[in-house]
Design a protein around this ligand. Sequence first.
Ligand code: GDP
Ligand code: CA
Length: 316
Amino acid sequence: MKITLLAGGVGGAKAAEGLANSRFAEHTKIIGNVADDDEFHGLWVSPDIDTLIYSLGDQIDRQQGWGRKNESYQVLGELRAFGQETWMTLGDLDLATHIFRTHLRRLGVSASEITQRLAMRHGVSMPILLPTDDVVQTRVNTPKGWLSFQEFFVREHCQLDVLDIEYHGVEKATPTPSALEQIVHSDVIVIAPSNPIVSIGAILAVPGIQQAIEASSAYVIGISPLIGGKTVKGPADKMLESAGKSIDSKGIYDCYTSFIDALVIDESDKHDAAWLESQGIKVLVTPTLMATTEDKTRLLTETVEFALLQQKQRAA
Ligand code: GDP
Ligand code: CA
C-alpha cells in the first residue's frame, strides 16, 4: 500500500506527524511545498520543508508550530546591530540549517537531495519529496504592490488585502520524477489541512503534478483547514476570497474539484456535508483540530481508513 501526503507548513506538519505515529507510517511519503522559499542574509530558507523536518524530528517549537525548540537569537541580534532587516525570525540553530542548505546549493546539490540530508540529520524516516527542484516562489499582490510570500506573511502579518497571487517561475518548472512516480503508484492521496491556495496550490501548479493526480487511480481525500468556517491560523480565508471562492467547505472543494473523492470536515461544519455529497463526493465529519499527538494520530488514521473503505466499496 502506498500513501501520499500533500503538505504545506504548520497544518501539513501536524498531518505528517499524525501519519508518522499511525500504522500507516511505513507506507507514507510526503510531497512538500517549496514556493514559500526565500533568501535572507544571503541564505536560502525553505520554511515549509523545515517545518516538516523539525516537526517529524521532534525539534519543532511546539508553542509556535515553527522554528527550533530551545532556540536562541544571538546571530539575529548581531545582524540587527549591523542595520540589517530582521523581521524574519531566524534562530541560531535554525540558521545552521540555512547555512548548510545554502552551501550545498552552491555546490550544485539538488533541493531534493538537500532535503534528504537534513531529514537524515534529524532522524526523520518518512521520505519528504519535493514537487520540483526548480525555484518557484509565491508572490502576493497587495495595495502596496507585489510582495514575496514571506514579506506578506511575516513582515506585514497578513494584514494587507490580497489582490492576486502568482507562483513565480512555475511555468518553467520541471516536476521531480520521484514525486510523479509516487503519485502514479499511490493508493491513497491525502491533502493535508494546509492553505489550499499557497501551500497546496503551489504544489499542484508545478506542471504535471495536478495532471498526475487527476490521472492516478488513487483515492484522493482532503482534510479541510477550516473549522467552523474559519482558519485555525493564517491567511487561507483572505486567499480563498481573492481567488473568488467561498470561505467554507465549498470553497475548499472548489480548489480540488477535478480530482477529489472525499473531504474530511470538522463537526462544527457538518451543515456543509449534504451539499458536498450532492456534488458526488464522500464526506467524513469528525473533530479536525489537532492540538495533541493523539488528535493528530486519530484524525489521520480515521482519514486513511475512511479512504480505504470507500475505495473498497467503489471497487466492489
Ligand atoms: P503554513 O505553510 O505554515 O501556513 O501551513 P499550512 O499551509 O500547512 O497550513 C495552514 C492551514 O492549516 C491554515 O489554513 C489553518 O487553518 C490550518 N490548520 C492548522 N492547524 C490545524 C488543525 O489542527 N486542524 C485543521 N483542520 N486545520 C489546521
Ligand atoms: Ca507555508
